[in-house]
Ligand binder design. Sequence first.
Ligand SMILES: C[S@@+](CC[C@H](N)C(=O)[O-])C[C@H]1O[C@@H](n2cnc3c(N)ncnc32)[C@H](O)[C@@H]1O
Length: 247
Amino acid sequence: MNLSPKKNLIYLFDSVVPSRYVHKCRRFFFFDPFYGNDLAHRGRLSHYGSDERKAFARELKKIRSETELLIEDIEAYHIYMAVKRTQKVPGDIAEVGVYMGGSAKIICSVKGDRHLHLFDTFEGLPQVDDIDAVWPFYEGKFAASYDKVRDYLRHQENVTFYKGIFPDTSGPVEDKKFSMVNLDVDCYESTKKCLEFFYSRMSKGGIILSHDYTTTPGVRKAFDDFFEDKDEPVLETAGSQCLVVKV
Ligand SMILES: C[S@@+](CC[C@H](N)C(=O)[O-])C[C@H]1O[C@@H](n2cnc3c(N)ncnc32)[C@H](O)[C@@H]1O
């Protein structure tokens, strides 16, 4: 792996600091001193006087105080909106890449009666390819406690957990249709496998949303390759996500 000196430093830092502190520490040590308010406010959600956005911002602040959430405010709002606006689309909801359950909690806040299927190794990233190593991604990064995440979401109804590498764990949902899928798996192979599994199972009007499309080359390549011969455009959103509506 051939990384720049700064990325080498980040890689070293990530391997010695416990994962639950990594995000906060990295912002403090690597980002904020260099970029100041620009990055500290990156992804801030403007509310333009909207009561719904203000209420969401309050809920998000609460979630951030309860658990570690690895997405920006505006990205969190995209998840919220995608779940909300697919209410009349038939099908369940799935998330692959749960980590500590923060994004799943956002989904729960607006999913209604729809069933939510949560997939994660809970032991961190599976083996990564060279394309993923340009960021300091490595096997085992983002490990989270399965028991703690289950406990965190214990009051949410119609939620099922699947521990292990996706798609090995996909058997129980093979016959399901989906209205919304949130992907946050960081790497090429995982993203590719998720698209291969979910695309044909999306209902018309269903949304696939993915984190890291603009920031990690593996995720971008998996999407761009997969959708090259499909009718759906891959829409790059503000923040780092991309979004596809099944036609
Ligand atoms: C960046 S974290 C997810 C962050 C979370 N969505 C949030 O907003 O806080 C990426 C997660 O993807 C999981 N992951 C990556 N590839 C996977 C795969 N093939 N199967 C299951 N989990 C996977 C990792 O275990 C890790 O928890």
